[in-house]
Write a protein that binds this ligand. Structure first.
Ligand code: DGY
Length: 322
């Protein structure tokens, strides 16, 4: 009897083909995310699970699994999985870092550029038929990147790659991290370590690159926005819940901060009527940090490799703790 694998959503053809060679697979085709009731009934007897960042794999769901050996998530983030409990139950968890570093840093930088130079706003003005007069001294003015300070919260792979992009645009880069990187690395990247307090008060742009945890939950709230420069921008490509969205909306409306570029939200997808869509000083993207043809294919490849290893009782290439 072939081992069973459940996918909460389809993957690339080559990945499915690879999986079909070895396992009996079932791909969820209905509503996304897969309803919890279906996920719970499927997890009962499968050996492997391939999931996505919006699938909640909590303790109660894991407890239903009778044969599960591995959970392989098609994402770098794994805050949707109770990884501690999975470990206790000897279930491996695989994820997909590294391959998406460049794509995600590029997206963060696109949001930064777009926010400071108002490209999307201009696009909307034209599409709405509101571009009536050309080339005035004060029309649609943005701000220069050159000489501005980018504050990176979380200088891991993506944060470091973003720092390189920013340096190429002559920005100063400061960062705050749980642990400081080596002085040699700081020197080669041209970045300076600062306290969180300094990061939020000195930056012209802040880009968030920390995972969502109990410690980072709503870390950016009104108290923080009030300490930021009123000319500052906030870029978030990590997880929506690191920001208190209600506070951010007020901060943007009242111009407590100047603008924001967001790829992630507290609850995704956001609808057309979401208050953020009514604001002119925010650039919105539909959670596309890793969404390039090349990167998404590499992620599929790693997801399958991680699953294969876990199915054989081995540690995935990228494994959370076990
Ligand atoms: C991830 O992989 O966790 C990212 O959010 C995808 O862009």
């Amino acid at each position: 009897m072939r081992k069973k694998v459940f996918l909460t959503r389809t993957l690339h053809g080559f990945a499915l083909k690879e999986l079909k060679k070895k396992y009996q697979i079932e791909v969820h085709k209905g509503k996304i995310p897969v309803p919890q009731s279906k996920l719970r009934s499927k997890i009962k007897d499968v050996d492997g699970l391939i999931c996505f960042p919006y699938d909640k794999i909590n303790k109660e769901t894991i407890d239903l699994a009778e044969n599960l050996k591995v959970i392989s998530t098609y994402s770098v983030g794994f805050d949707h999985i109770d990884t501690k409990y999975a470990k206790e139950k000897k279930i491996r968890v695989g994820y997909t870092p590294e391959v998406l570093t460049d794509a995600t840093a590029d997206l963060a930088f696109s949001l930064l550029l777009d926010s400071l130079r108002r490209v999307s706003e201009g696009d909307k003005i034209i599409r709405d038929g509101k571009w009536k007069v050309i080339y005035g001294a004060h029309d649609y003015v943005g701000v220069d990147l050159q000489g501005k300070t980018l504050g990176i919260l979380g200088l891991g792979r993506i944060g470091q790659t973003l720092a390189k992009r920013a340096k190429a645009f002559d920005m100063k880069v400061i960062y705050h991290n749980r642990s400081r990187i080596s002085k040699t690395k700081e020197k080669s990247l041209g970045v300076k370590y600062v306290s969180f307090e300094r990061l939020i008060t000195q930056s012209d742009v802040i880009s968030i690159h920390v995972p969502h945890t109990k410690e980072t939950d709503k870390m950016f709230n009104m108290k923080v926005f009030k300490k930021m420069k009123d000319t500052a921008f906030l870029i978030n490509t990590s997880r929506g819940k690191v920001v208190n969205e209600k506070d951010l909306i007020v901060a943007l409306k009242k111009k407590i901060i100047s603008g924001a570029g967001l790829d992630v939200f507290e609850l995704e997808p956001i609808s057309k009527s979401h208050p953020l869509t009514k604001l002119q000083n925010v650039v919105l993207a539909p959670h596309i940090g890793s969404s390039t043809k090349e990167t998404r294919a590499k992620m599929a490849e790693i997801t399958v490799k991680n699953l294969n290893l876990g199915m054989n009782g081995k540690k995935p290439i990228y494994s959370v703790g076990y």
